[in-house]
Write a protein that binds this ligand. Structure first.
Ligand code: AHG
Ligand code: MN
Ligand code: MN
Length: 336
């Protein structure tokens, strides 16, 4: 059996042999990965440590925070503030960006994250995860401000997620394909278990919260109606539906066996461009999916090319197998 490759070895290779990432980015990614182990551990302790349930507070989006949302957010802040590789952090669970305190050295990267994705699933023991994205502070900037985070997804230098499921996984891209690491809990190492992941092109699976069907816009309705019509419909095959309500879990399934994930804009709150957050969810997931040969749009344009205007901006999301994403995007185009 070939010797296993650890996350450290994988990243050192990207740094040393391929010159793809600087040492500072490698160290930063190792700290994020280590923190995900900590978060995964806290998630797994659950009721034993009394960490389930609501925190009694709400985030900037007005969503009730779970205790584990707060714990995960703080774990990422604490672990990443002193390493010297970051200039600032931004999180779904914080109102404003978090500049690195002056008592620590400052680096050139910006870390953005959704500390715990799928938090409605925590109390019922369904998979949750952590999503992260890394940008570079624009050159010449000394004090990071919100405007410096307003970079399109194409500028990401790394993105990934941890998935706290039956196995704890770390899925990562530094712009050279997508790799998956599995946590060996006995000695706490991340082992490379899948490299150059590829979203299968042929798919018969889709993911959308169908309880919102009555609010959908015509292009989404048309696309889903065709899928639902199955063998007798225009697609000529039966499709299957899955919705975990943890984006990490739904996206991971799509990375492994194909499919399309949709969280469209709808008529519930017509002014909101969708539910998911561009910087903490849509952008990193789009980077991963594109690196694995899939596609990601907001129905009109590539998510990776959207230039954000605010930190907590939301966006409609269609991502997964390329042909399916292109089809639903073309329905939006036809509809105008
Ligand atoms: P979060 O827990 O970080 O707020 O994200 C939840 C997101 C995403 O993970 C999931 O795909 C979606 O919300 C589920 O939304 P619905 O409950 O509307 O289906
Ligand atoms: Mn989320
Ligand atoms: Mn979250």
């Amino acid at each position: 059996m070939a010797p296993r490759i650890s996350l450290t070895q994988y990243l050192v290779e990207k740094q040393r042999e391929k010159g793809l990432i600087p040492a500072e980015l490698r160290l930063l990614l190792e700290v994020v990965a280590r923190t995900c182990k900590r978060i995964g551990y806290a998630v797994s302790r659950g009721a034993i440590d009394g960490v389930l349930g609501d925190a009694g507070s709400s985030n900037v989006q007005g969503e009730a925070q779970k205790k584990l949302d707060v714990i995960a957010n703080e774990a990422l802040l604490e672990a990443n503030e002193w390493g010297g590789n970051l200039a600032a952090m931004a999180s779904e669970e914080m109102y404003e960006l978090y500049p690195i305190p002056h008592r620590y050295p400052k680096g050139e990267f910006l870390l953005l994250y959704d500390p715990l994705d799928g938090s409605s699933n925590i109390d019922v023991n369904v998979s949750v995860g952590t999503i992260f994205s890394v940008l570079r502070l624009p050159e010449g900037v000394k004090e990071p401000r919100e405007e410096h985070f307003m970079q399109p997804g194409t500028r990401q230098v790394a993105a990934g997620y941890a998935l706290y499921g039956p196995s704890t996984l770390l899925v990562l891209t530094v712009g050279d394909g997508v790799a998956c690491f599995t946590l060996g809990k006995e000695i706490g190492s991340w082992w490379l278990t899948a490299e150059r992941m590829h979203v299968p092109e042929q798919t018969r699976e889709f993911a959308i919260n169908a309880s919102n069907a009555r609010h959908w816009h015509p292009p989404v309705r048309r696309y889903v109606d065709e899928l639902l019509a199955g063998r007798e419909g225009p697609r000529g095959v039966d499709f299957n539906m899955r919705w975990v309500a943890s984006m990490v879990a739904d996206v991971h399934r799509i990375l492994c066996r194909g499919g399309i994930f949709m969280y469209p804009r709808d008529n519930r709150e017509p002014d909101k461009p969708g539910k998911l957050r561009l910087l903490y969810e849509a952008s990193p997931m789009s980077f991963l999916i594109e690196q694995a040969g899939g596609a990601a749009t907001n129905g009109h344009q590539r998510i990776m090319e959207i230039v954000p205007t605010t930190l907590h901006e939301r966006v409609a999301v269609f991502l997964g197998s390329k042909a399916e994403v292109e089809r639903v995007t073309s329905y939006h185009r036809e509809h105008g």
